[in-house]
Design a protein around this ligand. Structure first.
Ligand code: B1M
Length: 213
């Protein structure tokens, strides 16, 4: 029995976690190539989620459910994917800056990048500046993402960028920042490459940024 990849995409947009897990398992059982399941089923589904969200056709709880469906399917698929199938879009390190415990927006942004095919290393909340620099040096990401929800923790973002410069790795990655109090003006001020007002636009802005490089 062959698996309809469009149904897999649809299950993502509808946030049908159990059905998606079943279909992903079935697809693997029927020898569908794991890379095909990812690239022709799961990723187009998440692309659609991003699009519907930007257009105001989907709301936060639905997006979170779709993102959860995606990550549950990835748990099944990941062990069967080859190196070439995974992380083809690039690598990202993401975290919330020191003193800041807010993680919902950061996780959502991470999930959107994962959904777009990025290998995402989520270093968590309340991360000291050095943790970002160490992760950047260790994982050599294409994109370093920082989230801050408090006006008092926003300055940590600029400090991390300065530390990246001092460590000589700043130019090796794009830095994207986001969070409710963060603005484009602030991003320009601290020398971030990108500011994303929401998690959905973060992926698009990053894709455009790299297309222009
Ligand atoms: Co806090 N909190 N909080 N809080 N909290 C805010 C942020 C606040 C605006 C509420 C208010 O007063 N109206 C206010 C900040 C004021 C300010 O500085 N401007 C505030 C405060 C003051 C505090 C405490 C100091 C309260 C206290 O203890 N007195 C305290 C601080 C703790 C700390 O961090 N050290 C605190 C604590 C908490 C909880 C722990 C209770 C909880 C966090 C739970 C958690 O994250 N697991 C919490 C919550 C839930 C909020 C609100 C209500 C909701 C935040 C949220 O998750 N929104 C928030 C009020 C609000 O924003 N309406 C508030 C949903 C989420 C999807 O949106 O995170 O903005 P957001 O992410 C968006 C975009 O910003 C963007 O994409 C996301 C979606 O599109 N984005 C990125 C975010 N990161 C990105 C990264 C990117 C790209 C896009 O690339 C890297």
């Amino acid at each position: 029995m062959s698996i309809d990849l469009e149904k897999i995409s649809e299950a993502i947009t509808k946030g049908q976690i159990e059905q998606l897990q079943e279909m992903t398992t079935q697809a693997l059982d029927t020898d569908t190539d794991p890379g095909v399941i990812l690239n022709k089923g799961l990723l187009p589904g998440m692309d659609k989620v991003g699009q519907l969200w930007r257009e105001g056709e989907m709301f936060m709880p639905e997006v979170l459910r779709s993102a959860k469906a995606m990550s549950k399917a990835m748990e099944i698929l990941r062990p069967r994917l080859s190196e070439g199938d995974l992380g083809s879009a690039g690598k990202m390190v993401i975290g919330t800056v020191a003193g800041d415990l807010h993680d919902i927006g950061k996780d959502l942004a991470g999930m959107m990048f994962e959904g777009a095919g990025y290998e995402v290393i989520n270093i968590g909340i309340d991360q000291p500046n050095e943790a970002f620099v160490e992760a950047a040096m260790k994982h050599k990401p294409d994109v370093l993402g920082m989230s801050a929800l408090l006006t008092t923790t926003m300055p940590r973002m600029g400090e991390v960028i300065n530390s990246l410069k001092e460590s000589g790795v700043r130019d090796q990655m794009a830095v994207i920042i986001g969070g409710a109090p963060v603005t484009q003006e602030f991003a320009d001020e601290i020398g971030a490459d990108l500011y994303a007002p929401n998690a959905g636009s973060a992926v698009d802005l990053t894709k455009k940024y790299f297309a222009q490089q």
